[in-house]
Design a protein around this ligand. Structure first.
Ligand code: SF4
Length: 249
């Protein structure tokens, strides 16, 4: 549990640090310009615009932090916050991780866990009927000849891979489960099923891309494990998937 919270905290820490650095640079630059000859009319306009921009960035970030515990009622504000998280703060955190030589994967993992907290808090008190459980094809045993991408019902539940568990969960909770062979198919499945909530299983890169692509929808991400290397006979924590589905139904 301690490890999980440590993992969540990295992303907000990186975003907060980026904003702090930006604010510091702004005030140093404004002070230096002012102390030389005072600010010209043109500089005053530029610094005012930059200051407003900075205030908006900080205020929206505070709103996002609050949204991990508090539901945002006006839907357009929730959408705006989600867009900013996906396209502005994610890039800020990634940029800071790049210049500080941090592993990209660590920030991606933290971003997904942070996003999960938001998805859970924004779904509080809501009962979802149309839940999509989207899992990658690499979960399937490589010797299995059954075509689970067509329908997960084709799985014969032999128990050699987690697909059998996914099928069982889907049946017992009455949710739709689909196996995707890649990002394009995953996008098509989402477009066709128009789910209220998605519980998605994938590796760090695919999950991050998927969550960002489907930013309009609540996507709860679960990482798969890769004991035999990437994209080959991966596994997933079934209890994590069950935990998420129970929260949404
Ligand atoms: S559990 Fe299903 S998908 Fe996995 S190997 Fe057995 S039949 Fe194939």
């Amino acid at each position: 549990m301690k490890k999980y919270y440590y993992s969540i905290i990295k992303f907000p820490l990186f975003v907060s640090s980026s904003l702090f650095i930006m604010a510091l640079l702004f005030f140093i630059s404004a002070l230096v310009s002012y102390s030389r000859l005072g600010l010209s009319a043109q500089e005053t306009v530029i610094y005012t615009i930059l200051f407003i921009f900075l205030v908006i960035l900080v205020a929206t970030w505070l709103l996002i932090l609050i949204s991990t515990h508090q539901k945002i009622k006006p839907r357009w504000i929730a959408k705006y916050a989600k867009w900013m998280l996906t396209f502005v703060y994610y890039n800020l955190a990634m940029f800071l991780s790049f210049i500080t030589f941090r592993e990209k994967q660590t920030i991606q993992e933290s971003f997904i866990n942070f996003n999960n907290e938001i998805v859970l808090s924004q779904s509080k008190g809501m009962k979802h009927k149309n839940i999509l459980l989207l899992v990658p094809h690499c979960l399937q045993n490589s010797d299995c000849k059954v075509r689970v991408t067509t329908s997960i019902d084709n799985c014969e539940s032999c128990g050699k891979c987690n697909i059998a568990d996914i099928k069982r969960i889907a049946e017992s909770f009455g949710v739709k489960a689909q196996v995707a062979t890649g990002g394009s198919l995953a996008r098509k499945i989402v477009e066709d099923s128009i789910p209220e909530v998605i519980v998605a299983v994938a590796c760090h890169r695919d999950l991050t891309d998927g969550v960002r692509d489907s930013w309009r929808l609540p996507v709860y991400g679960v990482f798969n494990k890769r004991p035999k290397g990437p994209c080959f006979e991966t596994t997933v924590s079934i209890s994590n998937i069950e935990f998420a589905i129970k929260k949404f139904i």
